[in-house]
Ligand binder design. Structure first.
Ligand SMILES: *Cc1c(COP(=O)(O)O)cnc(C)c1O
Length: 428
């Protein structure tokens, strides 16, 4: 069997030295992989239990149209999400078009003119700068008289509790905590750390709404932020919880009163959760959620594999090869533009879709430098599928995430090494 697999990799243009190097690295990761499988097993049971408890049936896969009144599948889907997150309520909709939109709804639904948002974990995700108005932007919350303040993490990645205490004032209505580092170099927060900062904030001001941007974090641990005091937890369905099958969508889970406000903002005051046809998407939402724990496990294995492969080749990696993981993103600092291009072209060449396309750096709107992106995905822009992108600027880091199966993530990393080797950037 081993020879058959090797022959297959050769057919896919993985050379002997790359295969040998990668196989050796993989063999040392078995204990880590076993722990990831344990978390996946627990989360798989959690998902099944929620589906059983809510009596999921094939009637719930039926399409609704128009207003979408009595969309039984939508109601069960939201009940299942609420149970998985141990939350009171959930809003899970195709009309939440992406993660940024879900976060925008959660913020604008629960804030009023004169209120202040506090981020106690530094700068939020790029797209939120425009939403909040950190960068001047039409329609931002700043235009509605909502202000923003920020306390950065300390140099060692820990919370600046004194700074947070000072930043909380009578106008502080909501704190926003981003779980994942996103495309920054700070560490990703564990759910336990999120709980710590929430407890601290609530000890100063108990009625502050604590919202967590949960993107890329779902199912990485056995608990979610709603279990450690988060009032709202928000994410995208084309990342972890959609399991690669959800073709669009976002979710907001948390306290009933805040989620209800989100439904009024998303739809209309008075209508709330009662409307919103799902047009036949419920089956993909349920099935994707069902697969999500194992899909996330595959993506995590890919990230750990990549960290170990590139760390041994002498490239700085965040997180490093051995530290615990709290999201699925892996950063690799490749030190030169040619390596960023070769890496991304390797990921693309390993894709099931558009493997024949060769990505090149281009000037993307909203970015300060040229960016190269690799994504041969079934769902456009889906980053639970194997994808990588890198700005062509020092320190020449690529951000890599996803993989619907561990085997595909593995092929993608091997192909990236192959392209680096072909370009003469590494020697094996
Ligand atoms: C992806 C992401 C978002 C935004 O989600 P989109 O679906 O791309 O709009 C927000 N925050 C974090 C941490 C993310 O990773």
């Amino acid at each position: 069997m081993k020879h058959k697999i090797q022959a297959m990799y050769r057919e896919l243009n993985i050379s002997e030295p790359v295969l040998t190097y990668c196989t050796e690295t993989e063999s040392k990761l078995q204990e880590r992989f076993r722990k990831i499988d344990e978390v996946a097993e627990y989360n798989q049971m959690k998902v099944i239990a929620a589906m059983q408890k809510n009596k999921l049936s094939d009637i719930h896969f039926a399409a609704t149209t128009g207003y979408g009144y009595n969309d039984l599948g939508r109601d069960v889907l939201e009940a299942v999400y609420a149970d998985i997150f141990r939350a009171e309520s959930a809003l899970v909709r195709p009309s939440l078009t992406c993660g940024t939109h879900a976060l925008t709804i959660a913020l604008s639904a629960n804030l009023r003119p004169g209120d202040e948002i506090l981020s106690p974990v530094g700068k939020p995700y790029d797209t939120l700068e425009g939403v909040i108005g950190i960068q001047e932007s039409k329609g931002s919350l700043a235009e509605f008289g909502i202000t923003y303040s920020q306390v950065d993490l300390k140099a060692d990645g820990s919370f600046d509790f004194e700074g947070i205490r000072k930043a909380i004032n009578e106008r502080t209505k909501l704190i926003t905590i981003q779980r994942s580092k996103g495309y920054q170099t700070r560490p990703t927060l564990s759910v336990e750390q999120i709980g710590e900062v929430i407890s601290f904030v609530k000890s100063i001001k108990p009625d502050v709404i604590c919202m967590v941007d949960n993107c890329y974090g779902e199912f990485v641990q056995t608990i979610e932020p709603t279990e450690v005091g988060a009032d709202l937890c928000v994410g995208s369905l084309i990342k972890n919880p959609g399991g690669g099958l959800a073709p669009i969508g976002g979710y907001i889970v948390g306290k009933e009163e805040y989620v209800e406000m989100c439904a009024y903002r998303l739809n209309a005051p008075g209508l709330g959760k009662e409307v919103g046809a799902t047009l036949g998407l419920n089956q993909q939402f349920f099935q994707g959620l069902f697969l999500a724990p194992t899909v996330v496990a595959g993506a995590l294995k890919g990230a750990i594999f990549a960290a170990n492969i590139y760390e041994k080749l002498g490239y700085p990696v965040i997180p490093n090869g051995t530290e615990p993981r709290y999201d699925i993103i892996q950063a690799v600092t490749l030190k030169c533009p040619e390596a960023v291009v070769a890496f991304c072209q390797g990921i693309q060449a390993a894709a099931p879709v558009d493997s024949h396309v060769v990505p090149e750096p281009w000037e993307m709107p909203g970015y300060h430098s040229d960016v190269i992106m690799a994504a041969g995905a079934f769902i456009q822009g889906s980053s639970i599928e194997l994808s990588a992108d890198g700005p062509i600027a020092p320190p020449y880091a690529v951000y890599f995430q996803g993989g619907l199966t561990w085997y595909h993530a593995k092929l993608g990393i091997m192909m990236s090494v192959e392209k680096m080797k072909e370009a003469g950037l590494i020697h094996l």
